[in-house]
Design a protein around this ligand. Structure first.
Ligand SMILES: [Zn+2]
Length: 88
């Protein structure tokens, strides 16, 4: 069981959240014609062992979008902040 410390609501079980993907993926520009860049953006994901930045949404709480930095080997959560904010 993961406990995610929501900046709005405090520590909550991960059942209250929805995993929403890799937060390190960068979307190509809207008018970028590079097929390979769009292919990588849509389909290609790393499966790292260790620190990973992930989007989570607190769907059964404040509904905020969060960036959670989690160790995929130990499930230790190193940081949580609102999506769109710089990590502190
Ligand atoms: Zn919350």
């Amino acid at each position: 069981m993961l406990r995610i410390h929501c900046p709005c609501c405090g520590p909550r079980d991960h059942d209250e959240f929805r995993y929403a993907g890799d937060a390190s993926v960068v979307r190509p520009a809207h008018d970028d014609p590079d097929f390979e860049a769009w292919y990588r953006y849509v389909y290609v994901r790393a499966n790292p062992k260790g620190l990973h930045r992930e989007y989570w949404q607190h769907v059964h709480g404040c509904r905020q979008w969060l960036v959670v930095e989690r160790d995929t080997a130990t499930h230790t959560i190193h940081s949580v902040h609102f999506a769109g904010q710089q990590a502190s």
